[in-house]
Design a protein around this ligand. Structure first.
Ligand SMILES: *Cc1c(COP(=O)(O)O)cnc(C)c1O
Length: 407
């Protein structure tokens, strides 16, 4: 009998459903100027105002007047689309300035803008890995899917070291011929646990074993360092990292990704990376918005300070209530539920009864048994928003038997 393709794919979806990890996306309409408030449309057609607690627009730059004005101005002057790949016709003045801006941000010779942070990681690691003959790539076990896919794409030998485990990393580095080319690929802020890598110690190892360093600062650019250059800037380590990668989609409130580094490395990625060469450039409005956000956060500390105050207050109330959150150094506050259906239930209660939107984080994003709420207090939340959220969680954890059971 011939195969029924629809039945086959429905079976694939049913498998996800049976494991309790089928995702329904919340239909939201952000209100510019009032974020983190948004309009929510529920599957049964109800409409209401909610507060978002799981967004990566950490500093509210997606609604900053300067950023909005820059995007509008670019549309008025240049229209909507870039109209081509960078190689053919898509290089606009905004992209050129954006590349200069990120190179300056990280104090590097050159920068390259790609479609997203995902594409930047995949393209850069894939290309750099492929170009280096017999290269060995050392990858943190918790690295983002985009880095994993880039490393796979390089078709080089890969060594996975236990998350942030320097001894394990050194053992693996030692196991490889000293003369071989090496890359250590890692993140600064790990977005699901909210912990931060020992960047200095990893750089020390890289120096000792003559490895290149590749650092994903996606959850840190804009937020850390005096000019928003990330954790490596804050710790005075940018010059020890060969390639710093980031996004305009999170702390900068726009979209797109980038890498920065020495001129030859960046030029090589520009010449060889398929995912850079064969895709349409970022449109003027998006690159102008990103540029305005990056430049603003080089000189303004207001947003960073506001966000830090909110994060601190959230952690303090959760701490006082003895709720099981992961005590990382970063701004990300993961609150562990530890079971997928309960995790979904608690987010449903928050949405239905308290007008709070948090997406449950389940496997495969995090390991089974560590299902969680990943809370992001942004610079745009008010002190009252933070108090309301933290006290609501406290109440839920005290009064709901489901949560007591899970804890
Ligand atoms: C989100 C994310 C990316 C991808 O960035 P996008 O711009 O959203 O494609 C890369 N690395 C990490 C660690 C991320 O969390």
């Amino acid at each position: 009998m011939s195969m029924n393709y629809n039945d086959f794919f429905q079976g694939c979806v049913d498998k996800v459903k049976s494991e309790g990890r089928y995702r329904i996306f919340a239909n939201l309409e952000r209100k510019a100027g009032e974020f983190p408030k948004a309009i929510y449309r529920s599957p049964d057609g109800k409409v209401k105002e909610i507060t978002i607690w799981c967004n990566n627009d950490y500093l509210g730059m997606g609604q900053h007047p300067k950023v909005i004005a820059a995007a509008k101005d670019a549309i008025d002057k240049c229209g909507t689309g870039a109209g081509g790949t960078r190689n053919i016709s898509g290089t606009t003045k905004y992209v050129v300035e954006l590349e200069e801006s990120v190179a300056d941000l990280h104090n590097k010779e050159a920068g390259l803008v790609l479609s997203s942070g995902y594409v930047a990681n995949e393209g850069a690691l894939g290309t750099i890995g492929k170009l280096l003959p017999e290269c060995a790539i050392f990858s943190d076990a918790m690295n983002h899917a985009s880095m994993i896919h880039g490393i796979r794409d390089s078709k080089q030998q890969k060594f996975i070291y236990r998350h942030n485990d320097l001894n394990h990393l050194e053992d693996l580095l030692k196991s490889v011929d000293v003369k071989r080319a090496k890359i250590i690929a890692f993140e600064s802020v790990y977005s699901m646990d909210g912990d931060i890598a020992p960047i200095k110690e990893i750089c020390d190892l890289a120096e000792r074993y003559n490895a290149m360093t590749y650092l994903d600062e996606v959850h840190a650019v804009g937020l850390y360092g005096p000019r928003g250059g990330g954790v490596a800037e804050e710790r005075g380590l940018m010059d020890r990292i060969d390639i710093i990668e980031g996004t305009f989609g999170k702390g900068y409130g726009a979209m797109g990704g980038f890498i920065t580094g020495s001129a030859p490395i960046i030029d090589a990625v520009r010449c060889y990376a398929s995912s850079f060469i064969f895709t349409t450039a970022l449109p003027p409005a998006v690159s102008a918005a990103a540029l305005a956000a990056v430049e603003h956060l080089k000189i303004s500390n207001v947003e960073r300070q506001k966000q830090r105050i909110n994060v601190k207050l959230l952690k303090e109330i959760l701490e006082g209530a003895e709720l099981p959150y992961l005590r990382g150094e970063s701004h990300i506050v993961p609150l562990i539920v530890g079971e997928p259906t309960c995790c979904k239930d608690v987010t449903d209660i928050l949405m239905n009864d308290y007008n709070i939107y948090v997406q449950p984080i389940n496997y495969p994003t995090v390991p089974r048994g560590t299902e969680r709420l990943r809370l992001t207090a942004t610079a745009a939340h008010s002190i009252e928003d933070v108090r309301y959220m933290a006290n609501t969680l406290k109440e839920l954890w005290q009064n709901h038997h489901v949560l007591k059971k899970a804890a």
